[in-house]
Ligand binder design. Sequence first.
Ligand code: CAA
Length: 393
Amino acid sequence: MTADTMPPQMFSLSEEHQAIRAAVRAVCEDKVAPHAADVDEQGSFPQAAYDALRAADFHAPHIPEAYGGAGADALATCLVIEEVARVCAASSLIPGVNKLGTLPLMLAGSEQLQQQYLPPVARGESMFSYCLSEPESGSDAASMRTRAVADGDDWVLSGTKRWITNAGVSDYYTVLAVTDPEAGTKGISAFVVEKADEGVSFGAPEKKLGIKGSPTREVYLDSVRLPGDRIVGDPGTGFRTAMQTLDHTRVTIAAQAVGIAQGALDYALGYVQERKQFGKVIAEFQGLQFMLADMGMKVEAARQLTYAAAGRSDQVAPDLTFFGAAAKAFASDVAMAVTTDAVQLLGGYGYTRDYPLERMMRDAKITQIYEGTNQVQRIVMARQLLAGVQSRL
Ligand code: CAA
């Protein structure tokens, strides 16, 4: 095949995906961006963003049409999250965590469980959180202590979950708990817990560096009795379901990171073309041009890796585990670097809350930490490489 007969390899978005991006961007610029600074300053849930996303059906776009959702594929869901994060990272956790919380049901839950819990999320009546981490169990997720004990047909859950995004606001929670302490990762099971279940309560909101509009609280389970049909999949399959879920949703964190980085780059590009020093706009200085070039290059590389991972998420490709971890680690490192450079480009102004960049820099930091630290992502990638699972060209 010669160069002129080769099909063009544009790796560009389809017209449909471009239209989704344009539609989300319009909603975000109009109805989400105006509240971003206030939500951060007050540490308040971004209700206006939730309302706007619900009105446009962007609050949980991944839910299949069969359950009343928009049926967006993984790439479209990433575009939604990226565009929301571009203006308000805290608000992007609404579609992000709705996917994280519900995906275990979609991957492993019974039809009855999906029929019961997906439609209210699709309708925007309820949100869904994910409870894996505990005070003593972070990167070592398998060391969790929350117990679920069978009692007749019921399960009784006791324990504490920590760092739970949107806790208290969400009506529903996927909770991972030990059902067989002798069986290691094969003794962990997943359950749906409702906020209204007796024995469920929440800790005080964490005082965080960033994503202040997204509540992060502990979830306390005090002998919470669940009917037997609230288990997600078979007993003992919970850890695998939790890891499979993260394979998909690390891609959405990558999208969030790309959005934060793009928002910072866009703002910095506008600023350097207006700010004058030494008698000319600072965009004319080559030193700053090199910074801008590096920022743009990194954002685009992160975006391409994220979209490639999203494609694998749709196909549940064998190398999704590698790509999810790679996209998450790479894009979040890019978000941190690009937002830090964007603050630098604004100088003293970038360091103040009168401009959005210090917020974006604070928000970027969490993307290197949650859904598995970037050190854990490297463990995941290395294991995939050494096992020969990651695709070879
Ligand atoms: N898919 C399917 N199965 C998987 C899997 C995957 N991606 N990863 C692991 N498993 C299976 C393994 O095959 C293994 O099964 P077998 O025994 O049958 O082989 C079993 O699970 C145990 O796997 P490992 O031996 O690899 O387990 P480990 O204890 O060494 O842990 C780890 C691996 C990657 C470090 C994992 O503990 C991990 O990902 N830690 C980070 C936890 C994390 O990401 N927490 C984020 C919380 S959610 C959050 O942050 C949400 C938010 O706020 C927005």
